[in-house]
Design a protein around this ligand. Structure first.
Ligand code: PMP
Ligand code: GLN
Length: 397
C-alpha cells in the first residue's frame, strides 16, 4: 500500500539527487548538480556570522527583511533601471525554487495551462502539476547551420497559446542550454502574452553569469511587460551560496500578491541572518559582478576545451554555468546510460538532460549530456584528465 498522494506519487527522485549520490559512491568529479565547489565572498560570510552573533535569529518579516527588500530594489535600479517599491513589489523566499512554486500556486488554477520551454528546470513542471495546472511544451532546438544558439519555432510557440493559457515560464540565461534570450525573442513572447492575457514567470537566477556579446535582458523591463511579469532570482548563483537558499520574486503589486499569498503559508519567512548577509551582497560594487562573469567565462572555455578533446561536442553557452555536449560519437543507448558510464567508469559526473523534457520529447536528449563548470580550475583540470581517457574506456565497453 502507498501512503502517497496522487499529487506526488508520480514524481521521480530528482536527477540531481540521483547523480550526486552516484558521483559520491564512485568518487567521481561532480560536474552534474550545479553548485560551486567554492564559497562566495568572505565579507558576506562574515556578515552572516555577524548577524547570527548580533541576535538576528528570530523570524524575519514574512515578506522579507526590510534591508533585503531595499537592497533588491536598489539592485534592480542599478542594473536594469527598473523601479521597484520594496514594500509592495518584493517577496523574499527560501531560494528561487520557493518563489517559482509560490508563483505557480498563486496564479494557476486547476486546468489552467502553462507554457514551458523544453528543456526546463525540473521544478517548474512539478510545481505546475502540484497546482493542478497543465504544462504545454515548446521545444528549444540546438544550434544548427542557420541558428548560432538554441532557438524555438515562433509558429510552435503561437500554437501553444490558447484560451486556458495563464502563464509562460521564461528562463534566461537558460539552464541547461546556456541560451540567453534575445530582445526579438522576448518581444515575440511579450506580444503573444499581451494578445492572450497571459502572465510571464521570468526565472533570471543566472542574471549575472552572461558572456558578451550576449547580454541579459530583464524581461520585466521590455515594453508592456512590467504589468504581466514576475521576476525570480536568487543569491545562490550570483554570490555562490546555493546552500543558503535565499531567493526572491519581484512584480507589480497585483502579481506579487500571488507570490505573497502562497508564501505566507509555504514557509512564512526565510532564514533571517542570511537575509541580512544577502542584503550586503546585493550592494557589492560593479567590479564584483564583472569579475564573476569573467571568471565563469574562463571556466567555460576550460571545460569546453576538455570536452572537445574527449570527443564530446560542446555547445558553448552564452550564459549560466552549464554546457550541453553532444555525445553521439560514443553511441550510448541514451543519455542516462551515457551519464552513468561517465560517472562510474570515467569518474566525471554529468546530468542526463532528458530529465528536463516532457514525455513526448524525451528522445530529443538521448545524445546529450549537461556538464557544470561552477568548479575550481583544479577540479575542472582533474575532470579534463579523466575525460581524456574516455575514447579508450568507451572502446572497451
Ligand atoms: N531556476 C533555475 C534555472 C536553476 O538552475 C535553479 C538552481 N537550482 C533554480 C531555479 C533554483 O534556485 P535556488 O537554489 O535559489 O532555489
Ligand atoms: N540548479 C542546479 C542544477 O540545475 C541544482 C538544482 C538542484 O539541486 N535542485 O544543477
Amino acid at each position: 500500500m502507498s501512503w502517497l498522494s496522487r499529487r506526488v506519487a508520480g514524481f521521480p527522485t530528482t536527477v540531481f539527487s540521483e547523480f550526486s549520490a552516484l558521483a559520491t559512491r564512485h568518487k567521481a568529479v561532480n560536474l552534474g548538480q550545479g553548485f560551486p565547489d567554492f564559497d562566495g565572498p568572505d565579507e558576506i560570510k562574515e556578515a552572516a556570522c555577524r548577524a547570527i552573533r548580533g541576535g538576528v535569529n528570530q523570524y524575519a518579516v514574512g515578506a522579507g527583511a526590510q534591508a533585503l527588500r531595499g537592497a533588491i530594489a536598489q539592485h534592480a535600479r542599478r542594473f536594469y533601471g527598473q523601479e521597484v517599491d520594496p514594500d509592495t513589489m518584493v517577496t523574499v523566499t527560501s531560494g528561487a525554487t520557493e518563489a517559482l512554486f509560490d508563483a505557480v500556486m498563486g496564479l494557476v488554477d486547476p486546468g489552467d495551462e502553462v507554457i514551458v520551454f523544453e528543456p526546463f528546470y525540473d521544478s517548474y513542471v512539478a510545481s505546475i502539476e502540484m497546482a493542478g495546472g497543465v504544462a504545454r511544451f515548446v521545444l528549444l532546438r540546438p544550434p544548427d547551420a542557420t541558428h548560432r544558439a538554441w532557438w524555438f519555432d515562433a509558429a510552435e510557440l503561437e500554437a501553444a497559446f490558447g484560451a486556458k493559457t495563464k502563464l509562460v515560464v521564461v528562463n534566461t540565461p537558460h539552464n541547461p542550454t546556456g541560451k540567453v534570450y534575445t530582445r526579438g525573442e522576448l518581444e515575440l513572447i511579450g506580444r503573444l502574452c499581451e494578445r492572450h492575457g497571459t502572465a510571464v514567470l521570468a526565472d533570471e537566477v543566472y542574471e549575472h553569469i552572461v558572456f558578451s556579446p550576449a547580454r541579459h535582458l530583464r524581461v520585466a523591463t521590455l515594453p508592456g511587460m512590467a504589468e504581466r511579469t514576475l521576476t525570480v532570482s536568487s543569491a545562490g548563483k550570483s554570490f555562490s551560496f546555493t546552500g543558503w537558499k535565499i531567493g526572491w520574486a519581484i512584480g507589480l503589486p497585483a502579481l506579487r500578491q500571488a507570490v505573497q499569498q502562497a508564501h505566507q503559508f509555504v514557509t512564512f519567512a526565510s532564514a533571517a541572518p542570511l537575509q541580512a548577509a544577502v542584503s550586503e551582497a546585493l550592494a557589492l560594487p560593479d567590479a564584483y559582478f564583472t569579475k564573476l562573469s569573467a571568471s565563469y567565462r574562463a571556466k567555460r572555455d576550460r571545460l569546453v576545451a576538455a570536452l572537445s578533446a574527449a570527443g564530446l561536442t560542446p555547445m558553448a553557452p552564452e550564459g549560466s554555468y552549464f554546457v550541453m555536449a553532444d555525445t553521439s560519437r560514443y553511441a550510448f543507448e541514451d543519455d542516462f546510460a551515457c551519464c552513468r558510464f561517465l560517472t562510474r567508469e570515467a569518474g566525471v559526473a554529468a546530468i542526463p538532460p532528458s530529465a528536463f523534457y516532457g514525455e513526448a520529447h524525451r528522445r530529443e536528449a538521448r545524445h546529450l549530456a549537461r556538464f557544470a563548470f561552477c568548479k575550481t580550475d583544479a577540479l575542472l583540470d582533474e575532470a579534463a584528465t579523466r575525460l581524456a581517457r574516455l575514447p579508450e574506456l568507451a572502446s572497451r565497453r
